[in-house]
Design a protein around this ligand. Structure first.
Ligand SMILES: [Zn+2]
Length: 84
């Protein structure tokens, strides 16, 4: 009986591989469902500027103009000059 242990182990490994492969196939087919692309309108007057605040991490975010000519980041609320 002990001679069969390596074969039983191999069968267990192959069975596990087959099960994970089938699960992966099912997972992949679910992800192929078409998804609608969502378009959003820009706020009028906003500009894409680099925000150097820690929260935005120097990424380019939308900025709203302020009354005194500066720009307020829509991501974190930091106000910077227009040349940023
Ligand atoms: Zn920001």
């Amino acid at each position: 009986m002990s001679d069969l242990y390596p074969y039983l182990g191999a069968l267990l490994v192959l069975g596990t591989m087959a099960a994970t492969w089938a699960a992966r196939l099912g997972h992949a087919s679910r992800h192929q469902a078409p998804t609608a692309t969502v378009f959003t309108a820009h706020e009028p007057g906003t500009r894409w500027l680099a925000c150097h605040a820690t929260r935005c991490a120097h990424m380019t975010t939308r900025h709203r103009p302020t009354a005194d000519g500066a720009w307020t980041c829509t991501g974190c609320g930091t106000t910077t000059g227009g040349e940023a």
